[in-house]
Design a protein around this ligand. Structure first.
Ligand code: ASP
Length: 321
């Protein structure tokens, strides 16, 4: 009898949930005040480019793609695109994802020789029936779309790789943030629509074939235009296991403030490790009303926020001091 009742409500539940959304009541979409938030110091330059697009009336999708391309092309950013630290075998392999306001998503993983994985991810979203292409297939697709094959291993990155004696650089191990600097970038355009992108060369000296959280929709990135968006940086394995960015967005749907949602998602990781960790994960969040938030396991995480004419780097206090 109980079970039958359960099944009955189960069938009705989707309608009830969709229309009720009780905790999002009162959270109004911000209109007419574009903003961009992104991870790490290199987010400042990414935000500049993204904001220029938004101020010229461009879409949030164009903005996050253009923003993410900035560190991808910058050889001094050692964990994104060109100049990224290679894997254990000396190859630069890239992961990226992108999501638009309609819930469409595209991603590439283990992509080699293409400088702008975020743009390939966008074309996977727009030109194929798939969400994710990896490795050889992703490269073949990129070349067919007109991308050029390039050597992404800079002399500087090669030297870092040799110096580390092929030892793994554990993301977040150094609280100064040197070893992990994936860019996750979230934007809201003048119509209040949301989009996000995430791009990385991942964990320096990773095993060949390793894919992190950044190209996994729901892990490194998630956008739900009715609620908000979130992005991750840090030890991707932990983000994947807790479906981190999706979790942050779902917590905001339940009424958590953006900061609280990021914090709670990190607590899930810490709980699994009995609060003893030697890595970091950090989240950024953007709610549809324009409220932003972030949280980090360790000190040292900074995010770049561009709003009301100012582009500022904000430090985030770590949960573990
Ligand atoms: N999240 C990235 C990964 O695990 C690392 C980072 O943020 O640098 O691939």
């Amino acid at each position: 009898m109980k079970r039958r009742r359960f099944i009955k409500t189960g069938i009705l539940a989707p309608f009830a949930v969709a229309s009720a959304a009780p905790d999002m009541r009162g959270v109004k979409r911000a209109i007419g005040n574009p903003l961009v938030i992104s991870t790490w110091k290199h987010g400042l330059a990414a935000n500049e480019t993204a904001m220029r697009i938004l101020q010229n009336g461009g879409s949030c999708l164009d903005a996050v793609e253009a923003g993410a391309r900035v560190p991808e092309a910058d050889p001094t950013v050692s964990s994104v695109g060109y100049g990224g630290i290679p894997d254990r075998d000396g190859h630069v392999t890239l992961d990226a994802s992108i999501m638009d306001a309609d819930g469409n998503a595209g991603a590439v993983a283990f992509l080699e020789g293409i400088k702008h994985p975020v743009s390939v991810a966008r074309l996977v979203m727009e030109k194929t029936k798939h969400v994710m292409l990896v490795g050889e297939g992703a490269k073949k697709f990129a070349l067919a779309q007109g991308f050029k094959e390039e050597n992404l291993l800079t002399e500087e990155a090669r030297r870092t790789w040799l110096k580390k004696n092929k030892k793994s650089v554990f993301p977040g191990e150094t609280p100064n943030g040197k070893s992990h600097d994936t860019i996750a970038i979230l934007a809201q355009d003048k119509d209040g629509k949301l989009a996000g992108a995430c791009t990385t060369s991942g964990w320096g000296n990773k095993m060949r074939g390793r894919v992190g959280d950044s190209p996994i929709i729901g892990a490194g990135l998630y956008v739900d235009n009715d609620v908000g968006a979130a992005g991750a940086t840090g030890l991707g394995e932990e983000v994947i296991k807790t479906v981190g960015s999706f979790l942050v967005v779902e917590l905001m749907r339940q009424g958590y403030e953006p900061d609280e949602a990021c914090l709670e998602a990190l607590q899930r990781i810490l709980h699994r490790h009995r609060n003893t960790v030697r890595f970091s994960v950090a989240y950024i969040a953007l709610r549809k009303d324009g409220k932003t938030g972030s949280a980090s396991i360790l000190n040292g995480f900074k995010y770049a926020l561009y709003r009301d004419g100012k582009n500022i780097l904000q430090p985030t206090e770590g949960i573990i001091k």
